[in-house]
Design a protein around this ligand. Structure first.
Ligand code: BDP
Length: 679
């Protein structure tokens, strides 16, 4: 039980009655005359079915014998385009048959995984009638993987893509990766880091990328690459990368041609430009739209797209970082080519434990947006803390932007979801065994953003740890509650960016000497003797004005602002009265304490599963929970010891005072802290 099989375990179903029922319902395969099983992706679906049924039911799925149209079993039928949306499928009981119908190969593939999932969960197929069509077209992973094998903000070993041995060595992991993606509906993969390396466009590297694309293709996963804006200079020897320069345009056009000659279904580029030192159009006095359009024009003849990132904060150092992406991109609405989508992080700053949604969502009616989520937990305990992110993802997706009226959720404003991957060479893919749950959850939510996190984790727990109801419920509750627990011990009440410099792992609320103001935790919490929080209302940066009026009004008034975003938008006195009657200082302390107690609860819940979960994985998760408990205390103690130097107030009842003074926490040093950006 080393976790390698992820949620695709297909172990024999123990309940003999259930197994027999499934065997009767699925024992024979009827392939409709209009279904061509020789196609690559169809062959994959059939292989998956056979493999799954062999494991789960112990049967060999046989082609139906006798006259066509007779007998029970599983029937495949191709629908006409228009009968069901692209990539969609229907699973229906029709007489004594279960019919899987779709209008394209991806539909059959996704329907196959749906069916197998139901079996793994022990669900009844009787009277089954489901129709599924993905809510979003773009459901893509972003790997921040470097060509040298390191992974930026990766906590699960090295990159699974070995650029050294590609294209000759095709690690079976590439197939297993694509299969896992397909099983949750992920249909694209950006295999290189947003901090891009132009080398990927050299012919030999394109051959390597093409080899990966060939492995992914039968699983419906399109390959994409990150484009370094200065590639025409670095690789092409040009003297400029100016998007309006004819030679630059030609270079990109030729490059696109070279890519498509090797990868006919290449998806397109992701671009991080003029952000954190990356080159971009601004160097030539051109806008982000002009930069994006240059690449879009090169890809357009082949149907490729450009995902241009809105993660920029490089203007005035005095400006509020939270306001900059909106300031930069809203004025460009309408200037992008049709094959450009702007990729926006969920919150206005940077994957903090909790952020309000970015005001860009819904604010660019003419520019399609992609929601970028971080599955890797850069700011949420990285590879060691058990933190389920589905509730965070769902909070953002369900948030009402009110752009274009009430009910305009973030989910409804985007054309797709991009998730920064958390996989690496760790045997179990994600390092922390529960990290897999968020790869799973991301895919499920990209397919259907309205899904409930509890339902998603119920599935994952059943598939990963077995369908026993009590085990499944305990695990899914741990995952669902763990996010709020982490927010509490790290950054409660809307605090953000309190992490120590560089590695973003432990607490560093005192840090205030970094060269750029917005890299300092003290810039974000602004604690002083009067109070704490970042004033983003009229009396402060007024970033709140970027939201639609209904949202703005709610956030701008500390009385109506949800407590989880309170100090994101407001600088309030320590004695400010919360709705529950506590002062702000008391509430802050109590939240940190609740976070610590939450980790104790997590450990107790997991301990209660001993003997019900295999020993190997049980021990592993327990060990991680020990780290998390210790570090939740570290976070709480360091932050409270520090904030008390400003508040000068006693700790309220129920809160254990930090055992050391703030100097102690400041003196802790992490020479080998994880995840430092490889450069
Ligand atoms: C930040 C990471 C940094 C990434 C950057 C990005 O710290 O490593 O390069 O985001 O998204 O969260 O480009």
């Amino acid at each position: 039980e080393d976790g390698y099989r992820l949620w695709l375990r297909y172990d024999l179903i123990q309940d003999a009655d259930l197994r027999t029922a499934y065997q009767q319902q699925l024992g024979q395969l009827h392939v409709g005359t209009n279904v061509d099983t020789t196609r690559e992706m169809m062959a994959v679906s059939l292989r998956e079915l056979r493999n799954g049924l062999r494991g789960l039911l112990g049967i060999h799925l046989a082609p139906a014998a006798g006259a066509p149209g007779k007998g029970s079993g599983l029937a495949l039928r191709r629908l006409a385009a228009g009968e069901i949306g692209p990539e969609g499928y229907r699973l229906r009981q029709q007489g004594n048959r279960l019919e899987l119908a779709a209008s394209d190969d991806r539909g059959f593939l996704y329907g196959t995984f749906h069916l197998l999932r139901m079996l793994q969960m022990g669900e009844s197929l009787r009277g089954l009638d489901v129709e599924e069509v993905p809510a979003k077209d773009i459901r893509i992973l972003n790997h921040w993987d470097n060509l040298d094998g390191t992974v930026e903000r990766g906590y699960a070993g090295f990159s699974i893509f070995n650029w050294h041995t590609l294209p000759d060595v095709l690690d079976p992991r590439y197939t297993d990766y694509a299969r896992a993606c397909a099983s949750v509906g992920i249909n694209g993969s950006v295999v290189t880091n947003v901090n891009a390396n132009a080398l990927i466009f050299r012919d030999d590297y394109l051959e390597k990328a093409a080899a990966l694309a060939d492995v992914f293709r039968p699983y419906g996963v399109k390959i994409y690459l990150t484009a370094r804006f200065s590639a025409p200079m670095e690789l092409g020897g040009l003297s400029t990368a100016d998007p309006l320069d004819p030679e630059v345009k030609e270079w990109w056009a030729a490059k696109a041609k070279a890519i498509y000659s090797r990868i006919p279904d290449f998806g397109g580029f992701v671009v991080k430009a003029n952000s954190e030192g990356q080159p971009g159009p601004r160097e030539y006095g051109r806008s982000h739209a002009q930069g994006a359009n240059l690449l879009a024009d090169a890809l357009a003849p082949y149907g490729g797209i450009v995902m241009w990132r809105a993660f920029v904060y490089n203007s005035d150092p005095e400006a509020d970082r939270a306001a900059q992406a909106y300031e930069e991109f809203v004025p460009l609405d309408g200037q992008f080519r049709d094959n450009v989508v702007v990729q926006v992080k969920n919150g206005p700053i940077d994957f903090q434990p909790r952020e309000p949604f970015s005001p860009l969502f819904g604010a660019t009616p003419e520019t399609p947006l992609l929601l970028e989520l971080q599955i890797t937990k850069e700011y949420l305990g990285q590879g060691t803390h058990l933190v389920g992110l589905a509730p965070l993802f769902a909070e953002v997706l369900q948030a009402d932007t009110h752009q274009g009226g009430a009910g305009t959720t973030v989910a409804s404003t985007v054309t797709g979801l991009a998730g920064v991957s958390n996989v690496g060479t760790a045997r179990n893919w994600t390092g922390h065994p529960f990290g897999q749950a968020d790869w799973y959850a991301f895919g499920r939510l990209a397919w259907e953003p309205a899904l409930d996190p509890t339902a998603i984790y119920d599935e994952w727990a059943a598939l990963t740890y077995g369908a026993d109801e009590a085990v499944r419920k305990t695990i899914s509750r741990m995952l669902v509650d763990s996010w709020e627990i982490c927010v509490n011990y790290m950054t409660p009440l809307g605090l953000h960016h309190l992490m120590a410099t560089g590695h973003h792992y432990g607490p560093g609320p005192w840090v205030d000497e970094l060269s750029r103001p917005e890299w300092n935790p003290a810039y974000y919490h602004r604690a002083d003797s009067a109070g704490i929080g970042f004033d983003r209302t009229l009396t402060g940066s007024n970033a709140v004005a970027q939201y639609a009026p209904a949202v703005r009004e709610k956030f701008a008034d500390p009385r109506t602002c949800p407590p989880e975003y309170l100090l994101w938008f407001h600088h309030l006195p320590w004695d400010w009265r919360m709705d529950n009657g506590k002062t702000l200082w008391e509430e802050l302390c109590l939240r940190y304490q609740a976070g610590v107690e939450g980790t104790e609860w997590l450990a107790a819940e997991w301990a209660s599963l001993e003997g019900q979960v295999d020993a190997e994985r049980h021990r592993e998760v327990s060990q991680y929970l020990t780290i998390q408990q210790r570090e939740a205390e570290w976070w709480k103690n360091a932050c409270l010891a520090y904030f008390q130097t400003h508040s000068r107030r006693p700790f309220p009842e129920g809160v254990e005072a930090p055992p050391h003074d703030v100097e102690h926490y400041q003196s802790l040093d992490y020479p080998y802290a994880p995840g430092i950006r490889p450069r």
